[in-house]
Design a protein around this ligand. Structure first.
Ligand SMILES: Cc1cc2nc3c(=O)[nH]c(=O)nc-3n(C[C@H](O)[C@H](O)[C@H](O)COP(=O)(O)OP(=O)(O)OC[C@H]3O[C@@H](n4cnc5c(N)ncnc54)[C@H](O)[C@@H]3O)c2cc1C
Length: 385
């Protein structure tokens, strides 16, 4: 593993830094005007969809440059590269790989511009970890598919214009991974009902989605009929830039440290408490281990070697850390930790909400138990579950 940047990479890093100096002055307020100017500037640079092919409007950039870009942006707390999260993370890559020319022209520019949101209709009431057991029914009727069934935990369904949806087009199959088809569905199609689900911090960011004879044009199928599983798997695998990322956690531990410095109990700052100091140090050590692990995966990719199941290791550590940092913050705050609003709530109750919002990173994208199974079976070679 070589941590030194090459001459070209160093030049690119400098280019990013001077762009940030120009467009992100110290203390920049995130006003709508600033946001609009920022969005225009990063789009002109083709830094949204940085690794996507240039012919679809992406930047055609390499893995290492992408890591440098994200690193420098995170150091300066720059706004995200693009505002259509799921569109950029997996819908866009799926369309680039499996879509028709028409689909690419219709959807990719809007995803890059963040014109509207996409949601993901994969999970069902009895198909989460075992996603391939999904049952949402889909039958062909001429030039249309007719969808009947239910999805659940669909994040931001209520604010999305489009959904990437997995349905079952065939039930008599040898393997449950066959007979699944992927559709791109307009959320205002008649027959779709979205019912928000309240989470334990009181907000509602995901929903149940019901399909009652929803008609979807065949031209909205992504990939071949029955190929939905491959579309999903390879799209998720193509999201390569995040494997070495620990920025969010580094930012969070810095915030926890600041909280400890600012919280005075028994006449002294909590940052002086030996127990709290030890836990902060443990978390920092774990984050550094994750960062180095990420660099190992990155090195493997740069050598052209395929990534196996190793990323499950960092996913598992991250789950642990996010829960641990939430608990640590509440302990630092003591009795005021339960306040989620009002004048006495520290940081407007953000820590209480953070500690209740762990399911997003812990369960979303695969639960810890599933990661443990993957590590046990595919990395350690233990017998199948
Ligand atoms: C915040 C959030 C956002 C989400 N957003 C979306 C979204 O936008 N779109 C979408 O489609 N889905 C979304 N999900 C759903 C998510 O992908 C599923 O919740 C997840 O895959 C787990 O499935 P499940 O809830 O059905 O739990 P289950 O699969 O029923 O699991 C329940 C428990 O059993 C354990 N378990 C299951 N199978 C095994 C096994 N073989 N070995 C050991 N333990 C096992 C699990 O680890 C878990 O602890 C979201 C979830 C969350 C929390």
């Amino acid at each position: 593993m070589d941590f030194q940047l090459s001459e070209e990479e160093e030049a690119f890093r400098k280019e990013v830094v001077s762009f940030l100096d120009e467009h992100l002055p110290e203390g920049t307020e995130r006003t709508p005007e600033f946001q609009a100017k920022w969005t225009k500037a990063i789009r002109e640079r083709r830094w949204v969809g940085f690794s996507w092919p240039q012919e679809v409007g992406g930047g055609g950039g390499g893995i290492m440059e992408q890591v440098i870009l994200k690193d420098e942006m995170a150091k300066r707390k720059a706004p995200a590269l693009g505002s259509c999260f799921m569109g950029l993370a997996w819908v866009g890559p799926s369309i680039i790989q499996y879509g028709t020319e028409e689909q690419k022209q219709k959807y990719i520019p809007d995803i890059l511009d963040g014109k509207y949101q996409w949601c993901t209709g994969y999970s069902e009431p009895d198909s989460g970890s075992d996603l391939a057991s999904l049952k949402c029914k889909c039958e062909r009727d001429g030039d249309e598919y007719v969808v009947n069934g239910q999805k659940i935990w669909t994040s931001i369904a209520m604010w999305s214009k489009m959904m990437i949806l997995l349905v079952r087009t065939e039930t008599e199959v040898e393997s449950k991974h066959d007979g699944i088809t992927c559709l791109l569905v307009e959320m205002d199609t008649p027959g779709i009902e979205v019912r928000p689900i309240k989470n334990m911090s009181g907000g509602a960011m995901f929903a149940e989605v019901f399909f009652d004879n929803v008609r979807v044009p065949v031209e909205n199928r992504l990939g071949d009929e029955g190929q939905g599983w491959q579309v999903t798997i390879s799209a998720l695998a193509s999201e390569r830039s995040s494997i070495a990322e620990v920025h969010g956690l580094i930012r969070k531990i810095e915030e926890v440290k600041e909280l400890a410095r600012n919280t005075i109990r028994g006449g002294r700052a909590m940052s002086e408490d030996p127990g709290i100091r030890r836990r902060i140090a443990q978390a920092e050590t774990k984050i550094e281990a994750m960062r180095l692990n990420g660099m190992r995966f990155l090195t493997k990719q740069l050598k052209g070697e395929p990534l196996g199941s190793e990323t499950s290791i960092n996913k598992l550590h991250r789950a642990d850390l996010e829960i641990g940092l939430g608990e640590l913050a509440l302990e630092i705050l003591g009795s005021s930790s339960t306040l989620m609003g009002g004048d006495d709530a520290v940081d407007g109750g953000a820590w209480a909400k953070y500690s209740l919002n762990w399911p997003e990173v812990v369960i979303g994208g695969g639960t810890p138990n599933i990661q443990r199974n993957i590590i046990a079976e595919r990395i350690l070679g233990l017998p199948k579950d």
